[in-house]
Design a protein around this ligand. Structure first.
Ligand code: S0N
Length: 274
């Protein structure tokens, strides 16, 4: 679909597009002929782009989407599914989309799924793990695992259940039905539904709203939301952010400076908050 924004390519890939516009990075699966099903290569390219977006100080928000307007992502490419995983060019079977899921969850910037058309199977899980999901009216959601001989018992099951509730999550997985955008909105699976022609504009509007907010506050909120659910790893992420904030303080700098200056630290002037 034509974009009215002047997206600047950030890096060339074979199976995805990676571009930038005014603080926003966009990662888009570019395999519309298979409804943006992912191969190990698609996923490793997304992982690379996501890491670049994380490290780029100009990027505040990331959009995850698919090219063509007919599919966000239809999950793992079944034509390369082999014995023990999806087979890449190196002939090794793997399920590297799990690494991408973790990356989306841990990247300290909001990730917004911009969903047109199918979000199915592992493609559905990708939008589930994004911070926010904005859907076009043509969006269709569902899991297919038990139909095609697979299942995602990680975020695809437990985090989905946190979002839509246990009964609904079990229904989604056990029946493998498909749900339209309105149904997805009603079960809290997406944040907003708009006509397809307005999808990019609305997503950009939401991204701009977040870009105008305090990046540290957004970062702390993301790790706080995760901490409740992610056990020790979630606490580690939140604690890492707390350490980042502490590093910024004069009090922490006094500790480092005293070491470098070979003297005892003097913390006496720092407040002991109630
Ligand atoms: C999306 C569907 C419902 C669309 O139907 P429609 O509109 O009738 O289009 P089609 O004619 O079916 O599709 C158009 C062309 O695209 C190809 N295609 C579509 N999806 C895939 C796919 N996933 N892999 C390969 N090709 C695909 C079609 O073959 C067709 O091509 P041509 O024209 O050449 O025939 C419908 O397409 C559909 O049901 N697709 C399959 C959805 C699916 O089952 N996906 C895989 C689900 N599993 C995963 O994603 C696993 C990965 C995963 O995330 C995971 C993670 C953790 C732990 C486990 C797993 C796991 O589940 O293994």
């Amino acid at each position: 679909m034509e974009s009215k924004y002047n997206w600047q390519p950030l890096k060339e890939y074979k199976e995805i597009l990676f571009s930038y516009y005014e603080g926003i990075a966009k990662i888009s699966i570019n395999r519309p002929e298979v409804h943006n099903a992912f191969t190990p290569r698609t996923v490793s390219e997304m992982i690379d782009a996501m890491e670049l977006a994380r490290q780029n100080p100009d990027v505040g928000v990331i959009i995850l989407t698919g090219e063509g307007g007919k599919a966000f992502c239809s999950g793992g490419d079944q034509s390369v599914r082999g014995h023990g995983g999806y087979i890449g060019e190196d002939t090794v079977p793997r399920l590297n989309v799990l690494d991408l899921q973790m990356q989306i969850r841990r990247i300290p910037k909001p990730v917004v799924a911009m969903v047109a058309g199918w979000a199915i199977g592992g493609g559905h899980v990708l939008h589930v793990v994004c911070d926010l999901s904005i859907a076009a009216e043509n969006a269709r959601f569902g899991q297919t695992g038990p139909k095609v001989g697979s299942f995602d018992g990680g975020f695809g099951a437990s985090y989905l259940a946190r979002i839509v509730g246990q009964k609904k999550a079990r229904e989604i997985w056990y029946l493998c039905d498909q749900y339209n955008a309105e149904e997805a909105l009603n079960m809290g699976l997406v944040n907003k539904v708009v006509p397809l022609v307005d999808l990019e504009e609305t997503t950009m509007e939401w991204c701009r709203k977040m870009l105008a907010k305090s990046p540290l506050a957004l970062r702390m909120l993301k790790s706080s939301f995760n901490a409740e659910l992610d056990g020790q790893a979630g606490i580690q992420q939140l604690a890492g952010d707390a350490t980042l904030l502490y590093y910024l303080s004069d009090e922490a700098k006094e500790g480092k400076n005293s070491f470098l200056e070979k003297r005892q630290p003097d913390f006496s002037k720092y407040p002991k908050f109630p």
